[in-house]
Design a protein around this ligand. Structure first.
Ligand code: HEC
Length: 181
């Protein structure tokens, strides 16, 4: 009767020891594996995945399309305000347009060998003429300056192979903003 508890005790102690050993073994194997993994990683610097590469290209590319969209927006609004001889508003948008053009010029964009910024710089005079006509409240010069500007926008689209982007004067009012004085 007395031997049984002693035996159980010994067995329990042995099992306990074994389980500690197993846990230790597991732990040291894991440590070895991760050390090995680290070595492998250090030997072969991870090549960027295709997705990462594409993302980087996108980040480096100048958002010319977006800027152009902004130019169109301000061109239309300036034209509309000028049509109603709302000179303060026309001058405001002509100025916004000028600032957008300037930001493209300053970015020194060269796209596939085309000196985009230099070409935009060549239309800046026409934008300035539009602003000047608005400030001087010149109802004769403003439509002329506007027409000349649009022609120059389109000329550049032709010379950059984007001849399918054709800007035309706005025929209708833009909803949601007052252009008539
Ligand atoms: C460098 C000469 C150049 C000049 C000057 C220029 N554009 Fe562009 N425009 C481009 C190019 C190049 C693109 C195509 C951009 C792209 O690849 O995303 C473009 C695209 C556009 C687009 C299409 C993007 C969109 O949001 O729909 C519009 C609209 C546009 N231009 C309007 C104008 C207006 C308005 C002017 C004049 C105030 C103007 N552009 C002057 C070269 C020019």
């Amino acid at each position: 009767m007395q031997k049984a508890p002693l035996f159980t005790l010994l067995l329990a102690a042995a099992l306990f020891g074994l389980s500690i050993y197993t846990v230790y073994q597991q732990y040291s194997t894991n440590a070895k594996i991760s050390a090995l993994e680290e070595k492998v990683a250090a030997c072969s610097p991870a090549a960027p995945t295709k997705q990462e590469e594409a993302h980087e290209d996108e980040e480096h590319e100048y958002p010319l399309g977006e800027k152009m969209g902004k130019m169109l927006y301000f061109t239309h609004k300036a034209g509309l305000a000028g049509k109603y001889q709302n000179w303060e508003l026309a001058a405001f948008y002509a100025h916004e347009l000028e600032e957008t053009a300037e930001s493209i010029i300053e970015a020194k964009v060269v796209d596939e060998g085309v000196e985009v910024s230099k070409l935009v710089a060549s239309v800046k005079d026409h934008i300035e003429n539009l602003e000047k006509a608005a400030k001087e409240q010149n109802a004769v010069e403003f439509p002329k300056a506007y027409e000349t500007l649009l022609r120059n926008c389109n000329n550049c689209h032709v010379s950059t192979g984007k001849q399918f982007i054709v800007i035309t004067p706005l025929q209708k009012d833009i909803e949601g903003q007052q252009f008539k004085k």
